[in-house]
Design a protein around this ligand. Structure first.
Ligand code: DOR
Ligand code: ZN
Length: 484
């Protein structure tokens, strides 16, 4: 009896595969959710289905380590079905979801609640646990219970979770360091912002630009420096979320140079908008940290090119139009949807020649996969990896309109922007979740939580004899019987 011939589930034929370094013409065979073969059309096995993607580019699906899907608690803004549908439509195949839901993800019980809500997801996902002042005793449980990373709000934002003291942060870092899990930081110092906002409110400022005045870049620079010191001391891995300023690039680059395990992300709004857009957009542009000056955007672009900023994420933060357009700036909710528009906006920058397609693959897929322990299973198009693929048409033009977004947050500062470059199919582990610019509705529930740690090098905790846990166990006395 001759063995059964290999039958692939799907072959994508005629496309160009893009990696972080190069691009080449190749077909892709997919079997059981994995990439079985990348190669010449003549080498492809028989397949149940063959899809012609001639003229298209095949990118590893974007890995967005910063989204807010709002469920449980704020489902009028978003839920896991709508948020992950937006991801699928945006070429994003894995998201890491933030803990400022209601209740926040601060204990194992709440982690289970979040996992249950996430069962509707179209795309794969990681779940953040919270590191706050009042849940230090829950951190080990969250690690053992399967969170993929931690989030620490050094500054207040939506949800008003009180930011932890530096003391609580240090103990949190000590506990998390041995796990190797990354701690993502909302790096804005709460006390500076609270002080300035109070003073600005007393002076009667309530215009959109007052938002920047309350949160000058020093809040970010100070927070990044402080967090980097704690990470260096404890050996914890950290990640700076939503880099918005030139000022915070210095402590980030310095920490990298010292060998601190630190990565950083920025978001499209900090690259593509600046203070001149406040007049036109009003409170719609309000986000934490704020969109700043054109000189900040220029510096962040440069840092993205040089590798000081490692990746692009979105801080997808949907709110309703009513919540976004309150006339007193302090009352308008912060943030806007982003997971569906990130790839088109960035491909449009590729079209303009501002970034290469290869570098885009690096910052949207490879680097986040490496930093968050998903590499080599995700973040690349190679035999053996999971078949998470965005098929993009670099010539297709679309105009962004909030009403057409799949997110429930129907308001965006990118309203009316025409982009060139759009993901037309999205595959998660070999299955189309978006096909021909249409959501594949029945893939709600296909998304799975990613494995906590794949191929992460062991973390190297330091100063372990001085952790709070160690000193609480009591002083280690010099051994008895020694010289007096
Ligand atoms: O503007 C923001 N909105 N920044 C954040 O960090 C959180 C987010 C939200 O959850 O709305
Ligand atoms: Zn956020």
């Amino acid at each position: 009896m001759s063995p059964e011939p290999f039958l692939a589930d799907l072959v994508l034929t005629g496309g160009t595969v893009v990696t972080g370094m190069t691009r080449y013409r190749a077909d892709i065979a997919i079997k059981d959710g994995l990439i079985a073969l990348v190669g010449d059309p003549s080498a492809m096995p028989a397949a149940r289905e063959t899809v012609d993607v001639s003229g298209m580019f095949l990118l590893p699906g974007a890995i967005d380590v910063h989204v807010h899907f709002r469920e449980p608690g704020y489902t009028h803004k978003e839920d896991w079905r709508t948020g992950s549908a937006a991801a699928a439509m945006g070429g994003t195949t894995t998201v890491f979801e933030m803990p400022n839901t209601h209740p926040p993800t601060r204990s194992v019980r709440e982690l289970r609640q979040k996992q249950q809500a996430a069962e509707k997801s179209h795309v794969d996902f990681g779940i953040y646990g919270l590191l706050a002042e009042d849940n230090i005793d829950e951190l080990q449980g969250l690690i053992d219970g399967g969170v993929n990373a931690f989030k620490c709000f050094m500054g207040n934002t939506f949800g008003n979770l009180p930011s932890p003291s530096t003391g609580a942060m240090l103990e949190g870092f000590e506990i998390i360091a041995p796990s190797g899990l990354r701690i993502s930081l909302h790096a804005e110092t709460a006390s500076i912002m609270a002080w300035r906002q109070k003073r600005l409110m007393e002076s009667g400022r309530n215009d959109p630009l007052a938002h920047i005045a309350a949160r000058p870049a020093i809040v970010a620079a100070e927070a990044v420096s402080r967090a980097a010191e704690l990470a260096e001391w404890t050996g914890a891995r950290i990640h700076v979320l939503h880099i918005s300023s030139a000022a915070e690039l210095r402590p980030l680059a310095d920490a990298k140079a010292r060998g601190v395990e630190i990565t950083g992300e920025t978001c499209p709004c900090y690259l593509l908008l600046d203070s001149r857009d406040y007049e036109r957009l009003g409170s719609v542009i309000r986000v934490n940290p704020p969109v700043r000056e054109a000189s900040d955007s220029a510096a962040i672009w440069q840092a993205l090119q040089s590798g000081v900023v490692d990746m692009i994420a979105t801080d997808h933060a949907p709110h309703t139009p009513e919540e976004k357009t309150r006339s007193i700036i302090w009352e308008a909710d912060c943030g806007f949807p982003g997971v569906e528009t990130q790839m088109p906006l960035m491909l449009n920058e590729v079209a303009k020649g501002r970034i290469t397609l290869e570098h885009y693959v690096k910052i949207s897929a490879e680097n986040p996969a490496r930093a968050f322990g998903l590499w080599p299973a995700k973040g690349r198009i190679e035999a053996g990896a999971q078949a998470d693929i965005a098929v993009v048409d670099l010539d297709r033009t679309e105009t962004i309109t909030a009403s057409a977004l799949h997110s429930r947050g129907k308001i965006t500062p990118f309203e009316g922007v025409t982009v060139t470059g759009v993901p037309i199919h999205t595959l998660v582990r070999g299955r189309f979740v978006q096909r021909d610019r249409r959501l594949v509705e029945e893939t709600s529930g296909w998304g799975k939580q990613v494995t906590a740690i794949q191929q992460m090098p062991a973390a190297r905790p330091c100063n372990t004899d001085q952790t709070l846990a160690a000193v609480l166990r009591g002083p280690s006395l010099p051994s008895q019987g020694g010289s007096s």
